[in-house]
Design a protein around this ligand. Structure first.
Ligand code: AMP
Ligand code: MG
Length: 326
């Protein structure tokens, strides 16, 4: 082979290497998309071929769930159910039925700490509005009379729901973000994505590992400190990590702080001595519901909950600064 031919061959090999490497890096390129839905900021980071399109599809799915299950929009399927009188069976979609059924099972297994029927009470507190306020004891007692997960009847064959008391209304706010993360992750996987992190305002879901082959690192936020100050880091793959904390939404009146996670027994913001509760498990809707339940249930309740659910890991930060793991 002449010197010229050798040079030409080497150039060809070099071009082939560059082409293969750039094709590989293109496929592994990471895309990040930030959007707003479900009353929160959503960030999806994904690597691999088709990542951009998969993220778009995932956001579309999250928006669909928001439109269907938002208790505060007048056009949602949930709002239509919420207007229904007691004693009347209301036919609902398979999806809404399944989510309500799942929520009721979680209520039963958490001794009622998680309860989707609290809307009449949370509406009084109006914490997610411009004008939150402390309701009177009478108002709370009256609203509590319209709650109770045991006052929902389900007919699986007819895919129907019935309220047993007048004025009942459901709020899926403590489970919908987790459910949306499950659905969005399923869509991304169907689109061939094997490495992604979905963050729906603290409801995190990890698909596979990071592009560099390491597990995803999730920082647990120190309440009332600047974003990014963590009291612990956890490492996950193919799993959800969901945190509930009083610091997320609250208002102050006469020097007292009132937050958004209610104790279904009292109708008051829970005083369980937990500052933040994180639940890690593969089922994101379950992790979401349980993080709320653990927050309400306190230290002893957290241990009980960890024992009664499979594949669930719980980390709580207590008011006194202790970090407990179950
Ligand atoms: P999360 O941030 O997931 O803990 O959910 C809190 C939201 O769920 C609140 O803003 C209320 O809309 C609703 N909620 C409050 N307390 C409870 C509770 N004990 N069980 C179920 N949902 C609740
Ligand atoms: Mg929750």
């Amino acid at each position: 082979m002449t010197r010229r031919n050798i040079m030409a061959l080497m150039a060809l090999i070099a071009m082939a290497v560059i082409f293969t490497a750039s094709a590989y890096f293109y496929r592994m390129r990471t895309f990040r998309r930030t959007d707003y839905a479900l009353n929160t900021v959503i960030t999806i980071t994904a690597s691999g071929k088709g990542a951009e399109e998969a993220e778009r599809a995932a956001i579309g799915e999250i928006r669909r769930i928001d439109a269907a299950f938002n208790a505060h929009s007048q056009t949602s399927e949930l709002a239509k159910l919420n207007g229904s009188p007691s004693g009347e069976w209301v036919h609902v979609s398979d999806e809404l039925f399944a989510l309500i059924e799942k929520a009721l099972k979680i209520s039963a297994k958490t001794d009622g700490a998680f309860d989707i029927t609290l809307k009449p009470v949370s509406d009084l507190w109006a914490i997610n509005t411009e004008n939150p306020r402390v309701p009177s004891d009478d108002e709370i007692a009256n609203a509590l009379g319209k709650t109770g997960y045991k006052n929902i009847a389900l007919d699986r064959d007819k895919c129907a729901v019935m309220f047993k008391k007048d004025g009942m209304e459901l709020d899926l706010g403590a489970i919908a973000k987790g459910y949306a993360a499950d659905r969005a992750a399923a869509i991304m996987r169907k689109n061939g994505i094997r490495s992604a992190l979905l963050d729906l305002g603290g409801n995190v879901f990890a698909i596979g590992k990071r592009a560099d082959g390491k597990k995803w690192c999730i920082g647990l936020q120190t309440p009332y400190k600047q974003r990014g100050q963590y009291f612990k880091k956890i490492y996950i793959e193919d799993s959800a990590a969901v945190t509930s904390g009083a610091y997320e939404r609250y208002f102050t009146e006469n020097g007292k702080m009132y937050h958004h996670i209610l104790d279904p027994k009292t109708g008051m913001p829970s005083e369980s001595k937990i500052k933040s509760a994180t639940v890690v498990c593969p089922d994101s809707a379950l992790a979401d519901a349980l993080s709320t339940a653990v927050f309400v249930s306190g230290e002893d309740g957290a241990e009980k909950i960890a024992k009664s659910f499979k594949n669930v890991k719980i980390t709580v930060l207590l008011n006194d600064g202790r970090v407990m793991e179950y």
